[in-house]
Write a protein that binds this ligand. Structure first.
Ligand SMILES: C[S@@+](CC[C@H](N)C(=O)[O-])C[C@H]1O[C@@H](n2cnc3c(N)ncnc32)[C@H](O)[C@@H]1O
Length: 230
C-alpha cells in the first residue's frame, strides 16, 4: 500500500511537460543527436543481448536508439504523453521498446535484472532524500556488475560561489528559440539539482562504485557507476 508520506512523483515539479503541446515543444528544444546517443551506447557496451532500462525516457530518442542497437530496451516515465511520443518514435523507427508508466520510486522491474540503467536530465526531479531511495530501487533491479549512467544538471562549483554560477547557467543557456531563461530559472527555483559530492555519497550508500565522471561545465555532468557485488 502506498504510504501517504511518499513523494508524489506523478506530479512532477518545475517546468510543465504535462500536455501534448509541451511534449512536442520539449522534443524540439531538446533536439536529438543520434551520433552522441550511439557513442554513449557504445561506451556502455549496449547491443544485442543487453537489457537496458532508461528511466524518465522522455520523448524516447535515447531508448529508441538503444533498441536500434539491438538491445532489449525499456523506457520508464511518469508522463503518459511522453510515453505516447516514445511509442510513436519507436514505431517510426521499426523497433520495439517496452514502455512502463512508472517513476524512479515506484518502478518494479518484472523479469530478469538489467545490464544497464540510464537516466538523463531527470534525477533532479526528486528531492535529495528521494534520490537516495531511487538509487536503492535501481540497485534492486540492476545486475551486480551492471552499469548505471546518470547525466544531469549537477553542481561542481564551490558552494560559496553559487550565485555567480547559477546566473551564468541562466544567462548562457536561456534562448529565445529554445529552452528559455524562465525555464532555467524555474529549474533552479523549483527542481532539485544538487552537488556532485551529495550524489556521490548517495551512490556509494546505494551500492555503486563510481568508475567515471565528467563535468564539462560546473552545472552539468555525468556519473558512470558500477553496481557492487555484495
Ligand atoms: C527533462 S525530461 C528528460 C527526458 C529524457 N531523459 C531526455 O534526456 O530527453 C524529464 C523527464 O522526467 C520525467 N519524470 C519526472 N519525474 C519523474 C519520476 N519521478 N520518475 C520518472 N520520470 C520522471 C518527465 O516526465 C520527463 O519525461
Amino acid at each position: 500500500m502506498a504510504e501517504s508520506w511518499m513523494f508524489r512523483e506523478f506530479c512532477p515539479v518545475g517546468v510543465d511537460l504535462g500536455s501534448a503541446e509541451a511534449v512536442e515543444g520539449y522534443d524540439l528544444n531538446q533536439g536529438t543527436d543520434q551520433a552522441r546517443d550511439r557513442a554513449l551506447l557504445q561506451r556502455l557496451g549496449v547491443g544485442p543481448g543487453v537489457r537496458l532500462i532508461d528511466l524518465a525516457c522522455g520523448t524516447g530518442s535515447f531508448v529508441v536508439e538503444a533498441a536500434l542497437a539491438g538491445a532489449e530496451a525499456h523506457g520508464v516515465d511518469v508522463s503518459e504523453q511522453m510515453l505516447r511520443y516514445t511509442l510513436r518514435r519507436a514505431d517510426a523507427a521499426g523497433v520495439t521498446v517496452a514502455l512502463h508508466h512508472a517513476g524512479f520510486l515506484g518502478y518494479r522491474h518484472a523479469g530478469p535484472s538489467a545490464d544497464v540503467v540510464t537516466t538523463k536530465s531527470a534525477l533532479h526531479q526528486l528531492p535529495d532524500f528521494w534520490k537516495q531511495t531511487a538509487l536503492l530501487n535501481i540497485a534492486g533491479y540492476l545486475k551486480p556488475g551492471g552499469l548505471l549512467y546518470i547525466w544531469d544538471v549537477i553542481f561542481t562549483f564551490p558552494p560559496a560561489e553559487y550565485e555567480r554560477h547559477l546566473r551564468h547557467f541562466v544567462d548562457a543557456f536561456g534562448r529565445a528559440d529554445g529552452f528559455t531563461r524562465e525555464d532555467f530559472e524555474t529549474h533552479i527555483r523549483e527542481e532539485f539539482s544538487t552537488y556532485a559530492w551529495i550524489l556521490e555519497g548517495m551512490l556509494d550508500r546505494a551500492g555503486f562504485d563510481i568508475i567515471g565522471s565528467d563535468f564539462p561545465r560546473p552545472t552539468h555532468g555525468e556519473l558512470l557507476c558500477r553496481r557492487r557485488h555484495e
